[in-house]
Design a protein around this ligand. Structure first.
Ligand SMILES: [Zn+2]
Ligand SMILES: [Zn+2]
Ligand SMILES: [Zn+2]
Ligand SMILES: [Zn+2]
Ligand SMILES: [Zn+2]
Ligand SMILES: [Zn+2]
Length: 699
C-alpha cells in the first residue's frame, strides 16, 4: 500500500467491530475490511484514503509543526473516560496511567508521552511593531474526543464518536468538523462564541525563558510531589518500555509459529539512547533481504525521508557492533538465546556534509523552512547568514539574530548556539544517540531581542504587611545579592505584603525568581511569579477580555475542575488560581486594559477578597471598576443567592455555559459595599438592602 500522510498502511482483517478514523463509520464486511497503519494504528476505509483531510501519522505530524509548543501535562491518573489517546489512537480505559494537557484537549497514555506531538496552543504570540489589522489568527485543530452531540461546522451532520479518535475541534473557537469537511473551512478563526471575552494570544507576551509553562501559570502548586511532569514521563516511559520489550518478545514467540518461513522479524535500535532506554521497534522483512531494502524499510518506519545511502547497519548483539553487509545482512547476525536479531541503524560518519532545516519561527515570512547544506567548516554564524538570505532578509544584520537548536523529545527543549559552533557536529552527535531525534531536531532563526521586550516583571508575595519600601528592598536584597539586584520596585501593595520588581535581563530575572522561590521570610515561603505582559493596543475594541479568578480550595474538587476547564477554553494567561498569589497578579497584568470583566469562582469570602483588592489597585488601572460575575463554590454563598446565581455551582453545568452566561449577562448596578459589609459582619439571616433589580453582574 502506498504511503499516505506518513502512514504505513496494510490491509487488515478486524475480528471486532472497527471504525474508520476519517469518516467515523463502521468498516463493513468480514475479511480485510480496511486499512491499518502499523505505526500509529490509524484505521480507514479504502475509499476514505482517497479523500482529503486524512490526519498525518503522528511521526510526520511532529515535523509539520511550525512553532513547537510543549503540552502542560496533568498528574498521571487512571482515568476511565471514553476518550482516545492522541498518540496511539487507542482507548484510554483506566487500566494504565494517562494524562491530559492542562491547557488544550490533548489526551494520552503516560507510555505514549515520548511520542506526543508538541503542538499545544500558542498562547503568547505578541510581536512588536505588528499591527492589530495585520494579525491573522488561524484555527488550531485537535483530533478526536469531541463532546457527544457535536455537529460538523461544514455539513451540519454529527461528527463525534467515542468509538475511535476521529473528528476535529478547534482549540480556540470550539467549532467541530469531519476530517474531510475540515479542509473546506476557511483558515481564519475568530474565537467563536467566546470571542467577546477572549484574551487574544497576539496581545500577550511572556519573556523567552526555560521556565516551564506549568510553572508560569501555576499548575504545579497543587502537585503533591515536587517532580516536574517531564521527569515523571521519563520515569514512566523507561519503566514501561522495558515491559514493552518483554511483550515484544512474547509476541515474537506467538508470531514466530505463524510466521512465513521466508520472513524474519528484526528488532531495530535507532541509536545509543534507544538501546539504553530499551525503546526498539520491529520490522518484518524477507530473510534474503538486501541491506539497502532493509535500511529503506527501517527509515520508513522512523518516518525519516533521507536516502538510504547515508546509513549503515550493525549487529547490536555482536562484539564491537560489526557492520552488516550484503549479500545476506541478517543471516549472519548474533542471536542471543531465542531472541530475535537486533540491529542498529547508524548514520555514516565519514560524510563531509549534510542538509539541515532552518525554521523562521515567528519571523515574518511565508517560507515555512529552508534546507541548507552544511559541511565541517560551516559555523552557526554562516548558517544564520545563509538562512537570512533564503528567507529574504538580505539587508538584515546577522549579528541581530541567533540560531537555536530545538529538540522535540519529552516536550520541547531549546538551546542557543554559539556563533562558532558547527551545526554538522551537532547533527552527528544527536544521530549517534537517536536518528529519530536527529530527524525531528530543527534549527530556529530568531531575533536576539526578545519580542517581550526588556521589562521583565516578577510578582513577590507572602512578605509581612505594612513595612516601608526601604525595608521591603532590604529583605529582598538579602536573598538576591548584588548579582540579582532588581532594576525598579513597585507597585508595592503594603496591605498585602506583595510587590512587583522589574528586571531588564531575562537570565537575571529567572535566577532571581528561583532564588526567591526557595527563600523563606519569617517562616513563610515567598511566593514568586513571572508575569506575562499584555499590550492593550492589540486587544480589539469590541473585546472585553475576561479575567478569571478561581479559588481552587473552594467547593471540594469543583474549583480544580473549573480552573482546568477555563484554561482549556480561554487563554491560560487570563485564568488565575487565587491560591497562587491571590487576586493581585491578575489585576496587575490586566491593569492597562481599558475595558475588561472579572469572573470570580469561590465562596463569599473569595468575592469580598477580589473586590477589596480591586479597590486597592483601582487608581493604577485603566479600568477602575470592571463588572464582576460570580460562580459560587462551596457553602458560603449568601451573596450569590441574593444575586440569583442559585445555591452554588455543583459541577453539572458545562463550564462553557458559565462563560456564555457571562457574555450574555445583564449589567446591573449593585452597591458592592452593602454586600461586603454584610459578609464581614457575619450577620446571617438579617435582611440586607439590595436594589430592586438584581442580576448576575455587579459593578
Ligand atoms: Zn500512521
Ligand atoms: Zn471512512
Ligand atoms: Zn496511547
Ligand atoms: Zn496542550
Ligand atoms: Zn477556531
Ligand atoms: Zn462534515
Amino acid at each position: 500500500m502506498a504511503d499516505c500522510r506518513g502512514h504505513v498502511f496494510t490491509k487488515k482483517t478486524f475480528h471486532l467491530p472497527a471504525y474508520c478514523h476519517n469518516c467515523t463509520n463502521l468498516l463493513w464486511g468480514v475479511v480485510t475490511q480496511g486499512n491499518f497503519c502499523t505505526v500509529c494504528n490509524y484505521i480507514a476505509h479504502e475509499s476514505c484514503l482517497k479523500k482529503p483531510g486524512i490526519s498525518p501519522c503522528h511521526s510526520l505530524a511532529a515535523s509539520l509543526i511550525k512553532n513547537p509548543v510543549s503540552h502542560c501535562w496533568s498528574e498521571p491518573a487512571r482515568i476511565r473516560n471514553q476518550r482516545c489517546c492522541n498518540v496511539c489512537r487507542k482507548r484510554i480505559d483506566g487500566r494504565t496511567f494517562s494524562v491530559t494537557c492542562e491547557i488544550c484537549h490533548y489526551y494520552t497514555h503516560v507510555d505514549c508521552i515520548p511520542s506526543a506531538v508538541a503542538d499545544c496552543k500558542e498562547t503568547a504570540t505578541y510581536h512588536p511593531g505588528k499591527l492589530l489589522t495585520s494579525v491573522h489568527h488561524e484555527h488550531h485543530w485537535r483530533e478526536g474526543n469531541l463532546r457527544p452531540g457535536a455537529v460538523c461546522y461544514a455539513c451540519a451532520k454529527p461528527c463525534w464518536t467515542t468509538d475511535c479518535l476521529a473528528g476535529f475541534r478547534c482549540e480556540w473557537c470550539g467549532i467541530t468538523a469531519h476530517a474531510t469537511c475540515r479542509t473546506q473551512i476557511p483558515y481564519e478563526c475568530d474565537f467563536g462564541i467566546l470571542g467577546p471575552i477572549y484574551l487574544p494570544p497576539h496581545a500577550v507576551s511572556i519573556p523567552r525563558t526555560e521556565v516551564p509553562m506549568e510553572s508560569i501559570i501555576g499548575v504545579q502548586v497543587r502537585r503533591k510531589d515536587k517532580q516536574t511532569p517531564r521527569s515523571i514521563s521519563i520515569e514512566f516511559s523507561s519503566g514501561e518500555s522495558k515491559t514493552k520489550d518483554a511483550e515484544d518478545e512474547e509476541m515474537y514467540e506467538v508470531e514466530k509459529t505463524k510466521e512465513d518461513k521466508n520472513e524474519e522479524l528484526v528488532k531495530v535500535y535507532d541509536g545509543d539512547a534507544s538501546y539504553l532506554k530499551h525503546t526498539s521497534f520491529t520490522v518484518k522483512v524477507p530473510k534474503a533481504v538486501k541491506t539497502e531494502t532493509l535500511i529503506s524499510t527501517i527509515l520508513q518506519s522512523l518516518n525519516i525521508s533521507q536516502s538510504a545511502e547515508n546509513f549503515y547497519l550493525t549487529d547490536a548483539y555482536g562484539l564491537n557492533e560489526p557492520i552488516l553487509e550484503d549479500p545476506n545482512p541478517i543471516n549472519n547476525v548474533t542471536r542471543l538465546g531465542g531472541k530475535k536479531p537486533a540491529v542498529f541503524l547508524r548514520l555514516k560518519q565519514d560524510s563531509h556534509g549534510g542538509l539541515v532545516r532552518v525554521y523562521p519561527g515567528r519571523l515574518q515570512t511565508d517560507i515555512p523552512f529552508c534546507v541548507v547544506s552544511v559541511d565541517r567548516q560551516t559555523t552557526a554564524k554562516d548558517l544564520i547568514v545563509e538562512s537570512l538570505a533564503r528567507f529574504g532578509f538580505t539587508s538584515h544584520n546577522s549579528t541581530d539574530y541567533r540560531l537555536s537548536q530545538v529538540l522535540l523529545e519529552h516536550g520541547v527543549t531549546e538551546r542557543v548556539l554559539d556563533f562558532d559552533e558547527k551545526p554538522l557536529d551537532i547533527i552527528k552527535n544527536i544521530g549517534q544517540e537517536s536518528l529519530r531525534q536527529m530527524e525531528l531536531m530543527r534549527f530556529y532563526l530568531q531575533l536576539k531581542q526578545d519580542p517581550h521586550g526588556p521589562n521583565i516583571a516578577l510578582f513577590v508575595g507572602n512578605l509581612p504587611t505594612g513595612l516601608s519600601q526601604r525595608t521591603y528592598e532590604n529583605i529582598l536584597m538579602t536573598f538576591l545579592g548584588e548579582e540579582c539586584r532588581f532594576l525598579t520596585i513597585g507597585p508595592i501593595y503594603y496591605e498585602y505584603g506583595s510587590l512587583v520588581i522589574m528586571y531588564n535581563e531575562t537570565d537575571v530575572a529567572v535566577n532571581a525568581m528561583y532564588l526567591l522561590r526557595s527563600s523563606e521570610y519569617e517562616h513563610k515561603h515567598l511566593l514568586v511569579m513571572l508575569l506575562p505582559n499584555i499590550d492593550p493596543v492589540m486587544v480589539p475594541a469590541d473585546t472585553q477580555p475576561l479575567l478569571v479568578f478561581v479559588n481552587v480550595k473552594s467547593g471540594g474538587c469543583q474549583g480544580l475542575s473549573l480552573i482546568s476547564s477555563f484554561r482549556k477554553l480561554l487563554n491560560p494567561y487570563q485564568v488565575f488560581d487565587l491560591g497562587n498569589g491571590g487576586p493581585l497578579p491578575g489585576l496587575y497584568v490586566f491593569r492597562h486594559i481599558r475595558d475588561y470583566k472579572i469572573l470570580v469562582c469561590g465562596g463569599d469570602g473569595t468575592i469580598g477578597w477580589v473586590l477589596q483588592c480591586l479597590d486597592n489597585v483601582g487608581q493604577d488601572s485603566e479600568c477602575s471598576s470592571p463588572p464582576c460575575a460570580i460562580v459560587p463554590l462551596g457553602t458560603g454563598n449568601d451573596l450569590a443567592r441574593v444575586l440569583k446565581w442559585g445555591a452554588g455551582y455543583n459541577g453539572s453545568d458545562e463550564p462553557i455555559h458559565l462563560l456564555e452566561d457571562v457574555i450574555e449577562a445583564e449589567k446591573i448596578r449593585l452597591d458592592r459595599w452593602t454586600v461586603v459589609i454584610h459578609h464581614e459582619d457575619g450577620a446571617d439571616g438579617r435582611p440586607i438592602h439590595v436594589p430592586n433589580s438584581v442580576g448576575k453582574l455587579i459593578f
